[in-house]
Design a protein around this ligand. Structure first.
Ligand code: MN
Ligand code: MN
Length: 271
């Protein structure tokens, strides 16, 4: 069963704080009576028992206790996996994906990741931090926490990150190469990491790093629907309520959440 867990952590953000306040806002938007709870694939995500909610983690959200916070994330996600849940993490900044994947790696030896993002997040270190939200996929690939990493929607690739991608064998689908439905048919257990800034800021202004030229909400949903393979976990990160305009990005995050959970409930069928 998909089970939501909020991770209120934004201490590893490099530019603006704010995503720590995201989990409650996304839940509220999902619960809102403005829309029904049916995913477009015909799954009633609002049906009794369709998904679980493990609440929010209690974290220090401080640099001083950064490693304790990461251990706590890893422990609680590992616990959910142990109990047979399919964790759906609500960030938080993107740094949370590293401890989350440490938990997943001890349950799935052959995990593949599909990573939606404007940014590759492959920096070896960023502004002196190796735990920055600009670095999680370097840590994940160094520790071989996933067998494959497929990034989609990328539009900020620089020379350092291109070299990092080459070193780690990361498959990058740049924004300019879309649509790329066929490249999302992947065998084996699958984890989806969805950074809200993969969307064009016109559709999702509530983020810390506005990067024009991104996906429409429709393009993102079409690519999510095209995914084949068994989705065992997911995260939605980098929603920044402090940057939002009348809650519109919360609504988009809740829509993405609904479509991802619908896919998880439906099983491995693609578009
Ligand atoms: Mn990211
Ligand atoms: Mn990003």
């Amino acid at each position: 069963m998909p089970t939501i867990l909020g991770i209120p952590l934004d201490v590893n953000s490099s530019y603006l704080r704010g995503p720590a306040a995201a989990p409650g806002k996304i839940r509220a938007a999902l619960r809102s009576d403005a829309s029904n709870k049916w995913s477009e694939l015909g799954i009633d995500v609002g049906a009794a028992g369709a998904f679980g909610d493990a609440g929010d983690l209690r974290l220090s959200n401080s640099h001083e206790q950064g490693s304790q916070d990461f251990s706590e994330i890893e422990r609680v996600v590992g616990d959910l996996l142990q109990k047979g849940h399919q964790p759906v993490l609500l960030g938080g900044d993107h740094s949370v994906t590293y401890p989350v994947l440490r938990a997943f790696a001890s349950h799935y030896a052959d995990l593949s990741i599909i990573h939606f993002d404007a940014h590759p997040d492959l920096y070896d270190e960023f502004e002196g931090s190796r735990m920055s939200h600009a670095c999680p996929f370097a840590r994940i690939m160094e520790e071989r926490l996933a067998k494959r990493l497929v990034q989609i929607g990328i539009r900020t690739l620089n020379e350092h990150q291109r070299k990092q991608a080459e070193k780690f064998g990361v498959e990058i689908i740049q924004m300019s190469a879309l649509p790329a439905y066929d490249q999302l048919k992947i065998r084996g257990p699958l984890y989806i990491s969805f950074d809200m800034d993969v969307l064009d800021p016109a559709f999702a202004p509530g983020i810390s790093h506005h990067e024009p030229g991104g996906m429409t909400v429709r393009e993102a949903i079409a690519h999510l629907h095209a995914i084949e393979g068994s989705i065992v976990g997911a995260d939605i990160v980098e929603y920044n309520p402090a940057q939002d305009i009348s809650g519109m990005t919360a609504t988009v995050a809740a829509k993405i959440l609904k479509e991802i959970m619908g896919k998880m409930i439906l099983g491995g069928k693609g578009r």
